[in-house]
Write a protein that binds this ligand. Structure first.
Ligand SMILES: [Fe+2]
Length: 293
């Protein structure tokens, strides 16, 4: 049997308009632990962020990694050349949301009262929340606390990507899901976090990775280079060559972004959890991909 290309979801990434505000929201509302915060990181050469990250106009970024109930979440804030925040498309994005399930809706409501937001009631008691910090949350009463990232795919996109996720990316269906009027599946790899993939009723607005609402789904690969090479033959376009981060809180991380055939942005990553510089002083650590599958 050939080795697995990818072992499961390592993290999801979301670009927000204000990183500090978003970190505070995830901490206060969702009990998220801050693993590290880094930046501003300037692009090493003109055009690097466009080529390697799928940025449009941005030339610098700050990034925070958070552990939210065992799921790894990356939050990004990009800035353009004059130092102002990248803010295009803010408020229109509907391709990504976090499903927050909890048995204690009263506690969530009390916490939500402390966070600037707008909310809308949906059927079944669901509440859609958009925080001023750029998070789009669907809050649902359930038997236990659980966070599930959700990506919404457009016409034809679902039929292309879900079969690929089940075969090329070797994920399995955990359960069916309905959210915000869309139906889909919750998928999981041999390790890592769950990911809900839903068939949207209308094509989602998918901002560029550098714009608020921009998002990516990162798969762990033991061999990032081999996985990128194989997936490129299946229509998944690597954003240049894989790179290994040389210094900073996650020195040793090898990664490359990957454009899916339909436009959803992916990443292949090998993060050496347990040997990362940030871990010595961090209040929280990433959930590592657990092997033994
Ligand atoms: Fe990422």
């Amino acid at each position: 049997m050939s080795p697995m290309l990818t072992a499961g979801i390592d993290h999801v990434g979301l670009t927000v308009p204000d990183l500090d505000q978003a970190v505070a929201t995830v901490q206060g509302l969702l009990d998220g632990g801050l693993c590290y915060i880094e930046g501003p990181i300037q692009e090493p050469e003109p055009g690097w962020m466009a080529k390697k990250l799928g940025a449009t106009r941005a030339t610098s970024l700050r990034v925070a990694a958070m552990n939210v109930g065992g799921a790894n979440l990356e939050l990004f804030e990009y800035r353009v050349k004059n130092g102002s925040r990248e803010c295009r498309a803010a408020g229109r994005e509907n391709g990504f949301a976090l499903l927050i399930e909890s048995p204690d809706m009263a506690k969530l409501s009390a916490r939500l009262a402390e966070v600037p937001h707008k909310s809308w009631k949906w059927g079944g008691g669901d509440v859609l929340v958009k925080t001023a910090s750029g998070l789009r949350l669907l809050i649902r009463k359930a038997a236990e606390d659980r966070l599930t990232p959700m990506v919404f795919l457009g016409t034809g996109e679902f039929e292309v990507l879900v079969p690929d996720f089940l075969t090329l990316f070797e994920m399995k269906e955990v359960r069916r899901i309905t959210a915000l009027g869309a139906v889909g599946v919750v998928l999981r790899g041999h390790a890592g976090a769950n990911l809900a993939v839903l068939k949207a009723n209308q094509d989602p607005v998918r901002p560029a990775n550098s714009e608020p609402g921009g998002h990516h789904v990162a798969f762990h690969a033991d061999d990032v280079d081999a996985a990128a090479s194989r997936l490129s033959k299946a229509g998944y376009r690597p954003f240049g060559e894989p790179e290994t981060i040389a210094d900073g809180p996650i020195a040793g991380d090898r990664w490359v972004y990957l454009g899916s055939p339909t436009g959803l942005q992916l990443e292949l990553i090998h993060m050496p959890d347990g040997n990362l510089p940030y871990e010595a002083a961090a209040g929280a650590c990433r959930s590592p991909i657990r092997k033994g599958m």
